[in-house]
Design a protein. Structure first.
Ligand code: LLP
Length: 419
């Protein structure tokens, strides 16, 4: 496959399909994914895991479209879920339950019940009250729930504060100092079976060292827990590997996986199964958000390009001031103007890119890059905007992975008060 998003004869393509033709057929805003790019990223993980006891559990939250999940399920992936909804999606996409790990800080009893009945591989538990609840739910069902504790190793992932999760100040995980005692407590619960240990330190991590720092702490803890007579079968190192949005230089997938697996082996833990929970690094650069320029609005301080996508379609810029590259689908000759690319939503925070040099006319198409992860999944109906459609391109073939939402669907669950 050629690079997934490339200019051919002056027009941006996804694989072998011009993006402009997709805008014509399906309208905008439109999420466009490259099947080849999804598979290439997955293969990089799979290859680096070859010959090792290691498995890949795709973080569903990054991109939960059924067709996208199905591409990974076909490639042999497991999944990392955080809700009953994500469990339903993963199963519908063809995942086998025994390759699903259930993460998240607030699992309800109902979600635990459904996941236990489905037979998930493991619950990544984050507190003693959650252990108590899971134990009770498992007792009710006459089962033993497989459990791994998510420990908080208190390392700095050196990423945006909103997406770092392994610091003491974060809500996630069992505090490192309390982890050994929490394992002892879990071991006393009759309807739990301890199977592993888990950590996840953050997202969009662009260095290997925070992973290794966390791993060293976790492996030290594993030694203590086993000294207490509890066997730890697997070590789940979480997700978090960053991608290039702008000029970041994250490690290659294979490089990170190798560094982690090597460290585990060097420390004498090579017999344990290792789990990875990648999201962004699998899907982020496999997708763009295609949008059309509605108006150009010159100003005395700033010029605005008002497009038909908005913060409800792609929340990351508004939420994290995240940078997404924005390119014209058919770049024009001529002088560029510096624009803020903004949406129609009634919020000053509704911007998609700031100070972008582009030569534009109304009606032009723009591709907002690196939108495959936490793009559609974080979209909303704010301003009563129907959610975008999603398509997957495979060579020359275009598959509609999600129809554009209609206003009828959007309003379907609402009821006016009786007369
Ligand atoms: N495992 C756990 C337990 C997680 O909480 C996450 C992400 C992942 C795996 C996958 O992480 P990844 O490989 O995608 O970094 N909405 C934010 C990102 C939030 C990440 C939440 N947890 C964003 O748009 O940047």
């Amino acid at each position: 496959m050629a690079r997934p998003f490339e200019y051919i004869d002056g027009a941006l393509h996804v694989e072998n399909v011009p993006l402009a033709s997709l805008a014509e057929r399906f309208g905008t805003p439109l999420y466009v994914y490259s099947r080849g790019a999804l598979e290439t990223a997955y293969r990089a993980y799979a290859k680096a895991c070859e010959g090792r006891r290691a498995s890949i559990h795709v973080a569903v939250k990054a991109n939960s479209n059924l067709a996208v999940l199905n591409v990974f399920a076909r490639a042999g992936a497991g999944f990392d879920i955080v809700s009953g909804g994500e469990l339903a999606r993963a199963l519908k996409a063809g995942a086998s339950a025994d390759r699903i790990v259930f993460s998240g800080v607030g699992k309800t009893a109902g979600e635990m019940r459904v996941a236990l009945e489905a037979g998930v591989k493991c619950f990544n538990v984050e507190s003693i009250p959650e252990l108590d609840r899971l134990n009770a739910v498992a007792a009710e069902l006459g089962k033993r729930a497989p459990v791994s504790l998510r420990v908080n190793p208190d390392v700095d992932p050196k990423t945006h504060p909103y997406i770092s999760t392994g610091l003491k100040s974060n809500k996630f995980g069992v505090a490192f100092e309390e982890a050994r005692e929490t394992y002892r407590a879990a071991a006393r619960m009759s309807h739990l079976a301890i199977v592993g240990i888990d950590c996840h330190i953050g997202s969009q991590i662009t260095e290997i060292s925070p992973y290794l720092d966390a791993l060293d702490k976790v492996l030290g803890l594993v030694e203590q827990i086993e000294a207490d007579g509890v066997t730890i079968h697997h070590v789940d190192v979480g997700g978090g590997l960053g991608i290039r949005y702008d000029d970041e230089t994250p490690p290659e997938i294979g490089e990170l996986v190798k560094a982690v697996l090597d460290r585990i082996a060097e420390r004498g833990h090579g017999h344990r199964e290792v789990l990875f929970e990648p999201g962004r690094s699998l899907v982020g650069n496999a997708g763009v958000l295609l949008t059309r320029v509605e108006y150009l609005k010159p100003g005395s301080v700033k010029h605005f390009a008002i497009v038909d996508a908005a913060m409800n379609d792609l929340a990351r810029p508004a939420m994290y001031e995240a940078y997404h590259a924005i390119d014209a689908v058919k770049p024009r000759d001529g002088a560029a103007t510096t624009y803020d690319v903004v949406g129609p939503v009634c919020e000053s925070g509704d911007w998609l890119g700031r100070d972008r040099a582009l030569a534009l006319e109304p009606g032009d198409l723009l591709a907002i890059r690196s939108a495959g992860a936490y793009g559609f999944t974080m979209s909303s109906n704010y301003n009563t905007r129907a959610r975008a459609a999603e398509v997957i391109v495979d060579g020359k073939t275009v598959h509609v992975a999600r129809e554009r939402e209609t206003l009828e669907q959007l309003l379907a669950n609402e009821r006016i008060l009786p007369a």
